[in-house]
Design a protein around this ligand. Sequence first.
Ligand code: SAM
Length: 218
Amino acid sequence: MFSYYGSKSKIINYYPSPKYNRIIEPFAGSARYSLKYYENQCWINDLYSIIFDIWRWIQNATMSDLEKIPNLKKGDDLRNFDLESDLKKLLGFAVNYGSAFPVNLYTNWASKSHEIETLKKKLLKYIGKIKHWKITNYNYLDIPNEEATWFIDPPYQHGGYLYVENKIDYTELANWCLSRKGQIVVCENSKADWLPFTTLKRIQGQASTMTTEVIFTQ
Ligand SMILES: C[S@@+](CC[C@H](N)C(=O)[O-])C[C@H]1O[C@@H](n2cnc3c(N)ncnc32)[C@H](O)[C@@H]1O
């Protein structure tokens, strides 16, 4: 939906399909897995409050909210537009490609009209269609153990420090993953050793370096 550091947008089609109608993404970020199966009973959760605010805004947005997103022209300054604060957070991600946090409003927004148009098109596709989702702002440890497809994409063991919320005990997380009821899909990259991961796909990471995405399923 929006650009985010660690988003699975480029490789989402390589992950197994859900076996359960209930999908739980405890580390949702831009929630690429739930979006792919948005008609399912999705529960997205993220401890980062800005991510939570953005998803609540998207869930409740109407066509008239989308019409308020300005078509920026050269010379326009977004500070002159009266926008809701949660929408500003969403726009802040849309124009800050692949970042773990939104940019503030003191950017050269006029040069970002393409990114804002792209965001609008994506919003248009999902508007009114995710009202049935559950969206929460918990620490992952506080999510009850329901039978579901668990798509678990935590901050990487090596590299996850860029997230605003990044304090993970990986031994505790491994035990928590293994105790989930239902189908488990865990994402990491090949440097991780907290579960017996296998190779999923080699992709281009940040700064043009190649990285290998790995997976653990059960
Ligand atoms: C790798 S990102 C998820 C990316 C997502 N799969 C996507 O496609 O955009 C990991 C997310 O975990 C969140 N997070 C970090 N610690 C957390 C915790 N203890 N509980 C819940 N979420 C947490 C971060 O805020 C971040 O959004």
